[in-house]
Structures are given as structure tokens and as C-alpha cells.
Design a protein around this ligand. Structure first.
Ligand code: HEM
Length: 417
């Protein structure tokens, strides 16, 4: 394949998973590569592709030059390839906002995901994980994705946001619909997606109003109650739109990525049975195993930035207003950083993966996601054994997420030792 034939906006390229051979070539031959527009490219505008670990860190570390919001004065921007209108998501959604406002809002929410708050959630999550595994234990087979991996992240994010148990099912249904990419091309939406997004927004607004009246110790109450500095040196509460976007971001960012990491992490363990058994017998391996699962699965495939002035990167001159994409799974297979990057190794000691991004926009849910992966694996290994894949793992056709839609799995309830 010639470099000119690579089309990262053709979703078919991602239908069987991340195209590692394409990115191995890019890392070697063109670590900062100009992707010309193709028939699939939104906005008909090309973009830069950064595929190495060093390049991704350099861009993510300079959030002023590489904006998550937009180029100065531009009408659109954001962190996906297609421009989103400014004021709709860019400039309003935390991950598509630049400092200083980004930092002000992030600071309000940080205590809710700090180690102390998460430690308090762990007992509840462990009980929930136990119930999820118990519900399938005697069935001998399940779709690991929908029966296990989907459940815990949504329950966790609902608990984090103080969503009552009775409403969690609705939240799950809407969020699953908005995340269903089947049959959609880049930038497209459909009626079911729009309807689910509308219901979720309505629910989010009601939840925010409720938290204003009766605050709890959840993350939505914290941001609803908090004040941020305004640009004139005074302070103000977040607007309704900012709050609603924060709610949406947590539901989407918190559930899909973690579910895919759990699902593909389990697939990796089943495909490496010696490592699965090693982990079962020695849980002190759990911390390195979780990091390796995060590196291996790299659930977010890319994020975009926009240059705020002309610059140079990897020997390439880049114009102001250019789209620059960072490909996390490629950075996480960079052979100059990881020893044998294509080997799944739960004992890997040096593992500076970028699955959660880097610096300014580093994932706020990183420690929650780590805890979820650990807790669900513990429950699975305690209660079940003889795991096997009983059919093909089905993927979602998207270049944004390491998306899976079916993981047929067989197993037995574990005989008590
Ligand atoms: C395995 C699971 C997860 C992965 C792989 C992941 C990945 C990422 C990545 C790559 C970014 C950086 C985006 C950028 O630089 O533009 C990010 C940001 C973010 N993530 Fe996660 N995420 C995960 C789980 C979660 C969870 C559980 C939550 C919430 C409870 C969450 C909430 C967020 C938020 C709010 C941001 C934006 C932070 C900011 O802009 O300052 N994520 N995540």
C-alpha cells in the first residue's frame, strides 16, 4: 500500500479493529503525516496525523498552541475530525475547551474523582460487580459485552453523578443508542440517535435542577454548586448549557471507553490463558495487568487539536488553523518506547501508555476506570473459570473508539477450592 492510499476516514479500515500495519508504517516512514481529504473526509479538509509516542506527547503537552477548542476566531473546531460549531460542543464541553476556563471547571469536579472519593465508592462497585457476575454465573455462556462489560461502567458513572438507581436503565438505553455507530458514516446522525440524545438532555436538565435544590456529595452537585472565575475577575456559576454538556460528557466518556477496555481486556486474557491463570493465582499482578489492558485496548483511537499559530512538528511546517490528530493506540505500540509492543504482558514494568491522553486534558476518570477494570476482573476470576470465546468478536465500524458490539463467551462456575 502506498502512503497516498491510506484513508483514515474510511471506516471500513477499522471494521476489524485498529489498523496496526498502517500505523506501524506511518510511525516508521511519516510520523507527522499530511492526510489529504478523500471522499470520506468531513469538511473536505485534510488533517495531520501524529502516530508516535513522542509526537502525541508533544502536541498534548502544548495546549495553547494545539487548541482543543478552535483556531482564533474560527466558527468551528473541537476534538473530532469534523468541525463542530463553536458554542455547541467546542467552547462548552470540558474536553473541547481551552484554559483558563477549562482549568476552572475541571478544578470544581476534581475532588469527586480524587482517590479519597473513589475509595469510598469501591465497596459499592465491588458489590455491583459481584451481582453482575452472579447473574450470569450459572448460564455457562453470555455476550460478555452486553451482559458484563456494559453494566459496571454505567452503574459507576451513575453513582458518581448521583443518579437514582431507578433511572439508570433509561440512561443506559439512551447512551447506548447515541453510541450505536452501526451504519453511520462520519458526521452522520439518524432519528433514533437524535431522539435518544434529546431524552438524555431532558433527563440531564431535570437532574441538574434537582441537584440545585437538594445537593448531594456527587460530581453533578459539586459543579452545580461551584463558582468559577469569570474573565473580569469576578465569579459566576456554570451556565445551564455548560452543566448539561458536562453531564453528557460524563455519560459518554465514562461508559463507552471503559466498557470497551473491559471487553477487549477479557478477550486478551482469554487469548493468553497462561496470563489469565497467572493473574487468577497472583492478584498482586493486578496493577500491572490493568495498565497493560489499558495500553493493549487503547479505547480512544484519536483526539484532534487545532493549531492557534503556525508551527513546526517532526520537521513539517504546519499552518495556523490546521487540524492535528493524535492516535493513542499507535503511540501505545511505539517500538522506541515499549519493549515488544505487540506482546500482551500483564507483568510489563515500563508502561508509560497514553490510553488516557496526556497533561492538560488527561482523562478525569482514569482512576475510576482503573478501579472498574480491577474490580470486575477480581469478581470474574473469583467466581468463574474455563473461559473461552465461542464465536467471533464483533466490532463497531468507527475510527473514534475501539468499539465492540459482541463478545460471545463460554465459562463454568468455579468449583470452590
Ligand atoms: C478505559 C477508560 C477510558 C479511556 C481509555 C479514556 C480516555 C480518555 C482520553 C484519551 C482523554 C483525553 C482526550 C483529549 O486529550 O482530547 C479523556 C478525557 C476525559 N475523560 Fe476519559 N477515558 C476513560 C474513562 C473515563 C471515565 C470513566 C470518565 C468519567 C467518569 C472519563 C471522563 C473523561 C473526561 C471528563 C475527560 C476530559 C478531561 C479534560 O478535558 O480535562 N473518562 N479520556
Amino acid at each position: 500500500m502506498n502512503l497516498e492510499d491510506i484513508d483514515l476516514t474510511d471506516l471500513d479500515l477499522f471494521a476489524e479493529g485498529f489498523p496496526d500495519e498502517v500505523f506501524t508504517r506511518l510511525r516508521r516512514e511519516a510520523p507527522v503525516w499530511w492526510h489529504p481529504p478523500t471522499e470520506h473526509t468531513p469538511d473536505e479538509v485534510g488533517f495531520w496525523v501524529v502516530s508516535t509516542h513522542r509526537g502525541a506527547m508533544a502536541v498534548a503537552a502544548d495546549a495553547e498552541l494545539f487548541s482543543s477548542e478552535r483556531a482564533p476566531g474560527a466558527g468551528g473546531g473541537g476534538t473530532i475530525i469534523q468541525d463542530l460549531p463553536y458554542g455547541f460542543a467546542p467552547g462548552v464541553l470540558l474536553n473541547m475547551m481551552d484554559d483558563p476556563r477549562h482549568h476552572r471547571i475541571r478544578r470544581l469536579a476534581t475532588p469527586a474523582v480524587a482517590p479519597k472519593a473513589l475509595a469510598a465508592m469501591e465497596v459499592e462497585l465491588k458489590e455491583r460487580a459481584g451481582r453482575i457476575v452472579d447473574a450470569i454465573a450459572d448460564r455457562g455462556a453470555c455476550d460478555f459485552l452486553s451482559d458484563v462489560a456494559v453494566e459496571l461502567p454505567l452503574q459507576a458513572v451513575a453513582a458518581l453523578m448521583g443518579v437514582p438507581d431507578a433511572d439508570r436503565h433509561d440512561l443506559m438505553t439512551w447512551s447506548n443508542t447515541t453510541l450505536d455507530y452501526e451504519g453511520r458514516e462520519l458526521g452522520e446522525t439518524n432519528e433514533a440517535v437524535a431522539e435518544a440524545a434529546g431524552s438524555m438532555a431532558e433527563y440531564g436538565s431535570e437532574l441538574i435542577a434537582e441537584k440545585r435544590k437538594v445537593p448531594g456529595d456527587d460530581i453533578i452537585s459539586a459543579v452545580t454548586r461551584g463558582l468559577i472565575e469569570d474573565d473580569l475577575g469576578g465569579s459566576r456559576p456554570l451556565t445551564d448549557l455548560e452543566l448539561l454538556m458536562f453531564f453528557n460528557l460524563l455519560v459518554v466518556a465514562g461508559s463507552e471507553t471503559t466498557r470497551n477496555s473491559i471487553a477487549l481486556g477479557m478477550v486478551a486474557l482469554i487469548e493468553h490463558p497462561d496470563q489469565l491463570e497467572a493473574l487468577r493465582h497472583d492478584r498482586s499482578l493486578m496493577p500491572t495487568a490493568v495498565e497493560e489492558i489499558l495500553r493493549w485496548t487503547s479505547a480512544t483511537l484519536y483526539n484532534r487539536r487545532t493549531t492557534t499559530r503556525p508551527t513546526e512538528l517532526g520537521g513539517q511546517a504546519i499552518e495556523v488553523g490546521a487540524k492535528v490528530t493524535l492516535w493513542w493506540p499507535s503511540a501505545n505500540r511505539d517500538e522506541s518506547v515499549f519493549d515488544e509492543p505487540f506482546r500482551f504482558d500483564i507483568r510489563r514494568r515500563v508502561n508509560p501508555h497514553l490510553a488516557f491522553g496526556y497533561r492538560t486534558h488527561f482523562c478525569m476518570g482514569a482512576n475510576l476506570a482503573r478501579m472498574e477494570i480491577r474490580v470486575i476482573l477480581d469478581e470474574l476470576l473469583d467466581r468463574l473459570e474455563d473461559f473461552e470465546l465461542t464465536g467471533p468478536v464483533e466490532r463497531v465500524r468507527t475510527n473514534k473508539h475501539a468499539g465492540v458490539c459482541r463478545v460471545p463467551m463460554g465459562f463454568k462456575r468455579r468449583r470452590q477450592a
